[in-house]
Design a protein around this ligand. Structure first.
Ligand code: SAM
Length: 276
């Protein structure tokens, strides 16, 4: 099931579905979905494409949804192998990219142990696409030369803290207070801009902007929920909703310093949704 050939029977394709928008799935991913006998789908992949599948395609939902327990990784691995060994064309349809904090390589290894051939189709990772949907580039000349993607379950004491670097945290809502504290203890300035993008690239997208020192309280106040991508760094000031002050009408040199507004977050006007 490699290259652009059609899959033969009994193979598993690990397809990255991107951040949730049907339009952000690769051509190869769509092609394989159209050839599948069984699709084993995550909650965060694009759901609309599942509705377009032929009626005889079996869709197995392994994501956590209201009233539906999420399958364990062992259960998912067993499903992949059972269906492939039964001679079916299996698509494991995953959110984002299979290899970015998505356990795709574990699924591939498990299939290999049973002699099952796999094809891995990259997807657009939420780590990049979701900030971009809010206007936040992860690199920008003069603001950031690189980025780190990390899970919020990790200790953040080892991430680069040089200015000119962006930190992207996935699965980080629950641990946001701990993460923000850890970052400040390890040298991040409390004024570092932070953006939280919930349900990015979907109609429910909502953006919360603040600064590291106050972001945990702001997230509680706004009842920020998963799924969300958290971006820490100066590139957040490029977000669509980051407040920009009007250019002064008199030369800056003539404005008394006391009258220049501080470029700080200014309360409620900053705390609006992307769609306000
Ligand atoms: C288990 S990780 C999988 C990441 C995936 N492999 C990828 O490349 O995007 C799930 C986390 O990705 C992030 N995520 C995925 N889709 C998202 C979306 N549409 N909006 C916001 N965050 C998203 C959230 O942090 C979520 O908790």
């Amino acid at each position: 099931m490699t290259g652009t050939t059609s899959p033969t029977i009994g193979l598993v394709a690990l397809v990255g579905g991107g951040p949730g928008d049907d339009a952000l799935v690769t051509v190869r991913g769509r092609e394989l979905l159209g050839l599948a006998d069984v699709v084993i789908a995550d909650r965060l992949g694009p759901r609309g494409l599942l509705e377009e599948l032929a009626p005889d395609v079996e869709v197995i939902d392994v994501g956590k949804a209201p009233g539906n327990h999420a399958a364990t990784q062992d259960e998912i691995n067993a499903l992949l192998v059972t269906h492939a060994l039964a001679g079916r064309r299996v698509v494991r349809f995953k959110g984002g990219d299979p290899y970015i904090l998505g356990r795709g390589s574990e699924e591939r290894e498990h299939c290999r142990r049973f002699g099952i051939e796999t094809e891995v189709v990259p997807g657009i990772t939420s780590a990049i696409a979701v900030p971009a949907a809010a206007g936040i580039p992860l690199t920008h000349r003069g603001l950031s030369r690189g980025f780190t993607v990390i899970s919020g379950h990790e200790d953040l004491d080892v991430v680069p803290r040089a200015s000119g670097h962006t930190l992207v945290i996935l699965m980080g809502v629950k641990t946001l207070r701990r993460s923000a504290t850890q970052l400040m203890v390890h040298g991040f300035d409390a004024e570092t801009p932070v953006g939280i993008v919930e349900s990015g690239c979907t109609p429910e997208q909502r953006v919360t902007l603040g600064r590291l020192g106050g972001i945990a309280d702001l997230a509680v106040e706004r009842r920020v929920q998963n799924p969300a991508v958290i971006v820490v760094g100066d590139v957040v000031t490029l977000a669509h909703d980051w407040p920009h002050f009007p250019a002064p009408t008199i030369p800056a040199s003539k404005v008394p310093t006391s009258e220049i507004p501080a470029p700080a977050m200014a309360g409620a006007s900053l705390e609006r949704s992307h769609h306000d």
